[in-house]
Design a binder for this molecule. Sequence first.
Ligand code: S3P
Length: 183
Amino acid sequence: MARRLTRHIVLIGMMGSGKTAIGGELARRLRVPFADSDAEIEAAAAMSISEIFARDGESFFRAREAQVLARLLAGRPGVISTGGGAWMQPANREAIAARGLSVWLNCDPETLWARVRQRPTRPLLQTPDPKGTLLRLLEERSPVYALAELQFQSRAGDSIEASTRRLIAALHVADPQLIEEKP
Ligand code: S3P
């Protein structure tokens, strides 16, 4: 059965909350397009996120992020995973609200830390106290993440598949018109 989304599903939330993993699985199950804004930025720049931060700085990265997000939102509705800071920009929140359903993948701090500490790819965590930085960002950002249309708890013990099944059920409740089945 083919499916069509009436609007994008846009995953937001902290680094390590599972946006890319759950987003990819969600798109695969629904058979709709998937895009990860960080990966799109890296492909367009032919550089890694770390290299972009190091060479051009965070504000340059944020401008590219907004452009990429606007381009993805203008395309055929699918699942979009965003970088953890994208939702912090009011213009990005407006653009997402106009064309998509925002979902905050909320996750407890220890799980976030256990996941992000394994990979040194996040430039914002290249500080003397990366765990403290992560916890501070979580505290600052949580009230803004909470503005998302749907809040979903990403649980440490759940597999990607189990989380995705639970998310699909929550999406059906949040917007019964979101997923159209086409025979
Ligand atoms: C960032 C999160 C990263 C990436 C960049 C900045 C942030 O994406 O966009 O390093 O500000 O939280 P992930 O959330 O996919 O790690």
